[in-house]
Design a protein. Structure first.
Length: 410
């Protein structure tokens, strides 16, 4: 699972017995019914980053990450995975206020896993960085340990955001003269973007997008379709519902379930008006309702969608087969892939994506996409830890979270 071992190695600077604040993205999909981790790729990325820090002389590594979208989501499940590689050297810090004492008591080689950084309101909402608990904790750790502190960012998958730990704090620390440096995964991701852009410039681009983070998608559609004029987007899942609503369809209870509100519909409508023939929506869906599981058309969505239907599968497969040697960009599933009965559309369409006769170059990323690929046994040509961040980097060449590092894609 250490998938970056084949990438070029440009080791980060020697850390010289420093305490490292390591910002990684270990946000992982969790089975809602069992509470178990569905995928460990991002946790393994974090493990690799820890190893790299220790190899380069770090004395103690403090892990800053998040899990899920809610304050109560926890990183406790991740602890047992990390402990497989570092045993009792890993300690869980349930509250950031306990971190200074834990750092003082820690021994060389210890790893401190801080609870979900998004449990702090300031991670998303801050004005003065120096008045935040995270900044004050950083300073207290420095004072109480009397050690050099370095901030290492190996978090490309969240670098499209201006969160405190991703952008605000490292920018402030850099301004104060602290070392803020990139981890190996971040460097490798920039290489992946350069290779991907080269491929996209030489072929048709077919996107398979199906997630539910509407703000991220709406931010991307126009610049992506403008930058890559040889591209189309095949939609599925909640994103397809939003686009159908923008086309005037009645999506039923899905509108409430997926919070498809007036603001996002307005923005989606503008996209449809400008790129209607390049934003493709499904022709049918499987839904679950009081009658069980039913096959319905887009104008009769009387139930919660769980998969694309056979007409859509045939339609999407035809597009894929009629455009050989295309660059395929996957982001998000086409249905409830975690449940085998609802994964049929995803399996059938992606089987066509990976059909060797089509000679497609497949790029993909993000937590759900990577989990989906592992479950289905498919191997993309280019696999990123990031989803929307990777897509934004393809379009814009830089991200807010890369600014403290002074990095971009030429």
């Amino acid at each position: 699972m250490e998938r970056d071992m084949d990438m070029p190695k440009n080791n980060i600077v020697k850390l010289n017995n420093s305490i490292v604040f390591l910002r990684v993205d270990m946000n992982s999909p969790i089975d809602k019914s069992t509470g178990k981790l569905l995928d460990e790729h991002r946790i393994m990325d974090g493990v690799n980053a820890i190893k790299m820090c220790l190899k380069n002389g770090a004395d103690i590594v403090i892990i800053i990450s998040h899990q899920g979208r809610k304050k109560e989501d926890t990183l406790k499940l991740h602890l047992s995975v990390i402990q497989k590689y570092f045993q009792n050297r890993v300690k869980f810090i349930s509250n950031i206020l306990y971190l200074p004492k834990a750092a003082k008591d820690a021994k060389a080689g210890d790893i401190l896993l801080v609870e979900n950084i998004r449990s702090l309101d300031e991670e998303k909402n801050y004005t003065d960085v120096t008045n935040t608990a995270l900044y004050k904790t950083f300073k207290e750790v420095e004072k109480i340990t009397n050690k050099n502190i370095v901030y290492v960012k190996d978090d490309l998958s969240v670098c499209h955001r201006k969160d405190l730990s991703v952008y605000g704090l490292p920018m402030q620390l850099k301004a104060e003269g602290y070392e803020v440096i990139a981890g190996q995964l971040t460097k490798n991701e920039l290489i992946r973007v350069k290779i991907s852009k080269e491929k996209m410039g030489k072929s048709n681009v077919i996107c398979l997008w199906g997630g539910g983070k509407f703000e991220d998608y709406l931010h991307l559609f126009e610049p992506f379709l403008t930058a890559f004029k040889n591209s189309i987007v095949l939609t599925a899942g909640p994103l397809a519902l939003l686009m159908l609503k923008a086309k005037g369809e009645n999506i039923g209870e899905n509108e409430t379930i997926f919070d498809i509100n007036g603001n996002v519909v307005k923005r989606a409508t503008e996209i449809i008006k400008k790129f209607n023939d390049r934003v493709i929506t499904p022709k049918d869906f499987y839904v679950e309702n009081s009658n069980g599981k039913e096959l319905v058309s887009p104008n009769n969505l009387n139930g919660l969608i769980v998969d694309i239907g056979p007409k859509t599968v045939k339609f999407y497969k035809n597009i894929l087969s009629k455009n050989p040697s295309s660059t395929i960009i996957g982001n998000g599933p086409l249905g409830e892939y975690e449940k085998l009965p609802n994964a049929k559309g995803t399996i059938q369409v992606y089987t066509e994506v990976f059909n060797p006769l089509n000679k497609h170059f497949v790029i993909g990323g993000g937590g759900d996409f990577n989990t989906m690929m592992d479950i289905l046994g498919f191997k993309p040509n280019m696999r990123s830890s990031g989803g929307k961040a990777f897509l934004e980097l393809l379009v814009f060449g830089t991200l807010p979270g890369l600014e403290p590092l002074g990095l971009s894609v030429a």
